[in-house]
Design a protein. Structure first.
Length: 174
């Protein structure tokens, strides 16, 4: 799988549009879901996704399969782009409550409570949770995406789960 992935990216680096289309098809939805959960609104998420996919095309030669899986590399780009956009918009630590996830059509009220609780977490805790539980990355991959050590990610996850539990319990009280 890793060799196939590296070969596909190498083809993209040589201008192979079919290989690019295959990779976009495979990675678009996970990057979209991540950007949406971190950015909190569809417009910002779509900007991030478009930029990540453009960078895949333009920077395919920079991909180093021996250092990371393609999904990790793409998530890392999305992560940095989301943070940059949130900083520019002045929304780094909180998501806007008015923004509704396009995933909301597929989830029930309890999932809406989770989304609202996630939005209230500190930015780094939210990112660690989303990358781990929604995107399925390992702690080592999350550490690489976030530019942290594995222990720091584990600590973030412990705090994030505790905060999320507390926020959800508070939501149940209402």
């Amino acid at each position: 799988m890793i060799d196939d992935e590296a070969n596909e990216v190498a083809r993209v680096a040589q201008g192979d549009r079919a290989a690019y289309a295959r990779l976009v098809s495979q990675h678009l939805r996970p990057i979209e879901a991540y950007a949406m959960r971190i950015a909190g609104n569809a417009a910002t998420a779509q900007d991030v996704v478009q930029e990540v996919m453009l960078r895949l095309w333009l920077r395919a030669r920079e991909f180093q399969p021996e250092r990371a899986r393609l999904t990790t590399w793409l998530h890392q780009m999305a992560h940095h782009l989301c943070i940059d956009k949130l900083r520019r918009e002045g929304r780094l630590t909180r998501l806007e409550d008015d923004d509704v996830s396009p995933l909301a059509d597929h989830i029930d009220d309890s999932a809406d409570d989770v989304q609202r609780a996630l939005a209230q977490l500190p930015e780094r805790q939210r990112q660690a949770l989303v990358l781990t539980y929604y995107q399925g990355l390992t702690n080592a991959e999350v550490a690489e995406v976030m530019g942290l050590g594995v222990r720091a990610v584990e600590s973030l996850l412990v705090r994030a789960r505790a905060s999320l539990k507390q926020l959800l319990e508070q939501a149940d009280d209402y």
